[in-house]
Design a protein around this ligand. Sequence first.
Ligand SMILES: [Zn+2]
Length: 222
Amino acid sequence: MGHPSQPDPGEAQIARCRQCGESSGGELFCAHCGSLQRPATDYYLFFGLKRALALDTADLQRRFYELSRKLHPDRFTQKGAHERQYSLEAAAILNDGYRLLRDPLMRAEYVLKQEGFDIGEQRSKDVPPELLEEVFELNMALEELRHGDEDARGQLEEARDRFLSMRGSIDKELDTLYRRFDDTQDRAVLQQVRSVLNRRRYVRNLVNEVEKELAKEGQPAQ
Ligand SMILES: [Zn+2]
């Protein structure tokens, strides 16, 4: 930036430090003078991680603490305007990125989004037919409980436990798919990840709904 632009493909790859004008080495802190550079907005790049669905979260946490120390506001009070501005941007990316990357589901959704997949839409074909039958019975039991039929409570508790164990198997399935994607970088695997995530979201919503209803015990009807 700021160089008279005779496009030189070699030169264009080099990130120049705004402070000293030397090659910054592409790192968050200039390899030459140590000043803070414009932070990468990609969370994986920011944390210096290879993009992977299965992450070592202990390693991520170490990186988070190390960067938190380096980006502590006290270190920037005496710095110039650019560096102060970058430090604010970096602190926001640090916190948002850490919160997102340490969550296996949000992390997968992040990569899916980067790869151009729609996420979050409910697609009924991701829900297996045998589950739909369960859901039908579950909804009946929910209705019964809402109308004061306490017999439905036991039924709902059983259903919740079944859905919870289902969620457990889904998480194992996701873990396997994450590793497969990391090994192969195969988009077809991402497609599977999306479909399993949708199924998980569906099951999670059911569990939430049941728990909400079960928690109403002893509360006056609205
Ligand atoms: Zn520098």
